[in-house]
Design a protein around this ligand. Structure first.
Ligand SMILES: NC(=O)C1=CN([C@@H]2O[C@H](COP(=O)(O)OP(=O)(O)OC[C@H]3O[C@@H](n4cnc5c(N)ncnc54)[C@H](OP(=O)(O)O)[C@@H]3O)[C@@H](O)[C@H]2O)C=CC1
Ligand SMILES: CC(C)(CO)C(=O)C(=O)O
Length: 317
């Protein structure tokens, strides 16, 4: 007789916009999901989580298996990290407390090499994966998330005990989690390359939203900001290519066009600026700049943007 395969237990490390959205979707799809929270713990423990989603309507989860201390979480087979990259190294103790033996730790974050600082602090027995989220989502109030558009998650293996077919099987398992929650998800064969490609969007729009105080609609409506976006995108593509990565022909132009069709959107870096949280400058700017420089490629416009944002960030937090 065929046995039924038990569904994996999922832990969300950092229940903000991304962690809250994907956690709610997975819980509603029948997974056993446990949410680690910090500032919003009491609100969520009392009132649950709510996602106001343009594509899916109002989605609620109440009660929520909410925790303020990872020590109280059950052993989780999958840990989805939804905190900002600025706190990755600090999350290692919580991940260790919530991880089942051989757990898969999936970082749902933007930026380059975001896995490295955490990897160095985790035992070799844990698998580390990266997830790229193509979604427009933000925290509206404690426990309340606004989902404006999109929702795909692409998954790639970073490091750990698996190799060859075992790696692919783990990535496919991750993809399967999101697909069973009704979300688009694809396996990424080359995580590092995919992270560079996503930066073609995040480097211009995240930074310019803070520097110019403008969301995507005004940035796409003004001749000068359009030129800035295009020039920054072109530099990211040059940096990626210098580092040995493929960027499909017309990729930047495609992202430019997609952004024109998107609802007006404030990137997550703008929300960090608004709430006086540290900006993800190391992951989104400093590391790509350093990697490109090491490959002999200067990115002067991106460097100017990075230095301007660093100035703003130091005065804001
Ligand atoms: N928002 C979006 O549309 C997209 C975001 N991304 C990327 O996803 C990642 C997450 O972004 P986003 O969800 O917007 O960020 P949020 O700021 O909304 O969420 C981060 C969450 O992590 C929590 N957190 C941080 N440290 C800890 C800790 N030590 N213990 C418990 N909880 C902790 C924060 O809690 P607290 O309330 O206490 O700060 C917060 O709830 C980023 O890398 C971002 O660039 C990628 C694509 C789209
Ligand atoms: C590019 C976008 C808006 C949607 O893919 C996104 O994923 C982000 O804000 O990082």
């Amino acid at each position: 007789m065929m046995g039924t395969v038990a569904k994996p237990t999922i832990g969300i490390i950092g229940t903000g916009a991304i962690g809250g959205f994907y956690g709610v979707m997975l819980a509603r799809a029948g997974f056993d999901v446990h949410f680690l929270l910090r500032s919003e713990f009491s609100a969520v423990a009392e009132h649950g989580l709510r996602v106001d989603s343009a594509p899916h309507g109002v989605l609620t989860l109440n009660p929520v298996q909410a925790y303020s201390d990872a020590q109280d979480m059950p052993p989780c087979d999958w840990l989805l990290v939804g905190a900002k990259t600025t706190s990755n190294a600090d999350l290692a103790p919580a991940i260790l407390q919530a991880a089942a033996p051989s757990a898969k730790v999936l970082l749902l974050q933007n930026g380059l090499d975001v896995e490295d600082s955490l990897r160095a602090l985790l035992p070799d027995s844990l698998h580390v994966l990266g997830g790229l989220c193509y979604i427009c989502v933000h925290r509206e109030a404690p426990g309340v998330i606004t989902h404006q558009a999109l929702g795909a998650v692409h998954v790639g293996y970073h490091s750990g005990p698996a190799d060859g077919p075992a790696r692919s099987a783990i990535v496919e398992e991750g993809v399967g989690l999101f697909r069973s929650a009704g979300l688009d998800s694809q396996a990424m064969a080359n995580l590092h390359q995919a992270r560079w490609q996503k930066l073609v969007w995040n480097i211009p729009y995240n930074g310019l939203s803070v520097l110019l105080g403008a969301s995507t609609t005004p940035l796409m409506a003004d001749a000068d900001s359009r030129e800035l976006v295009k020039a920054l995108m072109a530099e990211v593509v040059q940096g990626a290519v210098a580092c040995g990565h493929d960027v499909p022909a017309g990729y930047a132009e495609h992202l430019f066009m997609v952004t024109e069709k998107m609802p007006d959107y404030w990137p997550s870096m703008y929300h960090d600026y608004l709430h006086k949280r540290p900006l993800e400058l190391a992951a989104i700017y400093a590391r790509p700049l350093a990697a490109a420089k090491a490959a002999g490629c200067e990115m002067p416009r991106i460097e100017a943007l990075y230095r301007s944002l660093s100035f703003i960030d130091r005065r804001n937090t």
